[in-house]
Design a binder for this molecule. Sequence first.
Ligand SMILES: Cc1cc2nc3c(=O)[nH]c(=O)nc-3n(C[C@H](O)[C@H](O)[C@H](O)COP(=O)(O)OP(=O)(O)OC[C@H]3O[C@@H](n4cnc5c(N)ncnc54)[C@H](O)[C@@H]3O)c2cc1C
Length: 437
Amino acid sequence: MARPRIVIVGGGFAGLAAAKALRKTPAKVLLIDRTNHHLFQPLLYQVATSQLTSGQIATPIRSIFRDQKNTTVVLGEVTGVDKAQKCVFVSDADRQNASIFYDHLILATGASHSYFGHNEFAEYAPGLKSLADAEAARNKILQAFELAEAEEDPSRHRDLLTFVLVGGGPTGVEMAGALAVLVRTTLKSDFRRIDPASARIVLVDTAHVLGTFPESLSRAAKQRLEKLGVEVRLGHRVDHIDAAGVVIAGERIASKTVIWTAGVAPSPAGKWLNVETDRSGRVRIQRDLTVPGYAEVFVVGDTASLDQNGRPLPGVAQVAIQQGRYTGKLIHNRIVGNPPPSPFSYFDKGNMAVVGKGFAVLESGKVRMSGFTAWLTWAAVHLEFLATSSLRLSVFLQWVWTYLTGERGDRLIVDHHGSEARKPASGKTFEATFAGR
Ligand SMILES: Cc1cc2nc3c(=O)[nH]c(=O)nc-3n(C[C@H](O)[C@H](O)[C@H](O)COP(=O)(O)OP(=O)(O)OC[C@H]3O[C@@H](n4cnc5c(N)ncnc54)[C@H](O)[C@@H]3O)c2cc1C
C-alpha cells in the first residue's frame, strides 16, 4: 500500500516542529516553504542593529532534514488550496500553480505586517519580518549615519539621526534598546563630523510599552529605555508617515528612518481554505487543531486562531512549536492506528523581552523579574531554541564578544546600488563638507 502523503506548508516554528514530530511516521512528508531557510524571528532585531549576521539566525531547511529520510523539502510559494481535490497549488521560478496532492495538510504559513489599513505607510516605514527586512533596516540605519557625516548643513544632522519606531511591543522595545546601545557605544568613535551618541530614538505606542506584560514590567522596561536615552511617546497614534518623517498627535517629527514594529496580519490561509476566520483573518481551528469539517486539514501557529480559557492564544513561538508538535503526533497516531492524543492545551512558559545591554524583563507563572538575571535567562532560552548547535555556539560567542568589547557582528551596508547616496544630489560637493579637515 502506498504511504500517505503529508504536506506541510511553512518551515517556521510550527512547520518545523510538525515535520520533526513525524520523523518516525511511515509516510511521505513534503515540507514546502517560499524561502530556503528557517528563520529565528525573535532575533531579527539583532540583525537590524548589526549585532548578529543573517547566517546566525537562519538555517537552510534542507540541512535540518538532511538525516530525516521520510522528509522532502520543496522551495516554492503556495498560492491556494483545493479542499475537494485535496491539493495545494505551488509556484516557483519554473512552474505556475502546480498541484501537489495531500492526504494530510498542515498550513503553518505565519503572519506578515499589518499597517492597520494604512498600507501607504509601508513605503516609508518598513517592518521587520524576514531576513530581507532586517538587512534593509540595517542598511537604512547605517546609511543615515553615513549621510549625516557627509552632510554639510549641520541643521540636517538632526533629521538624519532621528530614528522612529512605531509600536511598543517586544519588537519595538528590543529594537529601540539595541539601537540606543549601538549609537552610544559601538559607533561612538567611528565618525569625525557627527556624534552618533546624539542620535534621537523615538518609540511610539498608542498605549503602553510591552502592553501584554504585567504593569510593573511594562514600567521597568519604559524606565530602562529612558535611561538609555530613548524618547518613549505613549498614548499617541501615528497619524501620517511620509518621506520626511512622521506626524504624531499633530506634531511632525522629521526622520529619514522610520521602522514599523506594530501589528501583524496572518497569511492568506483563511482565504485559500474559504473557512471561518477571526476578525484579524486567522483561521478558526478546533481543539485538535483541524479546520471544522476537514479532519485532514490542520492550521497551526500565527495563522491559526484558538481560544483557551476564554482568551485567544497569542502569536508567539511557543504556541507555534507546541501546536506543530501536537499536529505531528496526532497525524502519526492516525497513520499507525494509535488513539488520538487528548485535545491541544497550550502550556505557557512565560514571556520575556530584552531592553538594551544586560537587562530584560521576564514573566513566568507568578515570577516577575527585571534586570541582569532576567537577561541571562533570556539569553539561555533563546540559545536553546536556535535551530542547530553551530548557531548556538556562534551566537553565544558573538554575544560574549559584543558584551565585553561593544564590537558588533555585521556593520555592512550591502544594498549600495539602491542607497540614497547613489542618487544625484542637489549640487552638493564633498569638498565643501570636509573643508579644513
Ligand atoms: C521581529 C519579531 C520578533 C519576535 N519575537 C518573539 C519573541 O521574542 N518571542 C516569541 O515567542 N515570539 C516572537 N515573535 C513571534 C514568533 O516569531 C512567531 O509567533 C512565530 O514565528 C510563529 O511561527 P509560525 O510557524 O506560525 O510562523 P513563521 O515562523 O512566521 O513561519 C512561517 C513560514 O511559512 C513560510 N510561508 C509563508 N507563506 C508561505 C507560502 N505562501 N508558501 C510557502 N511558504 C510560506 C514562511 O517563509 C515561513 O518560513 C517575533 C516575531 C517577529 C516578527
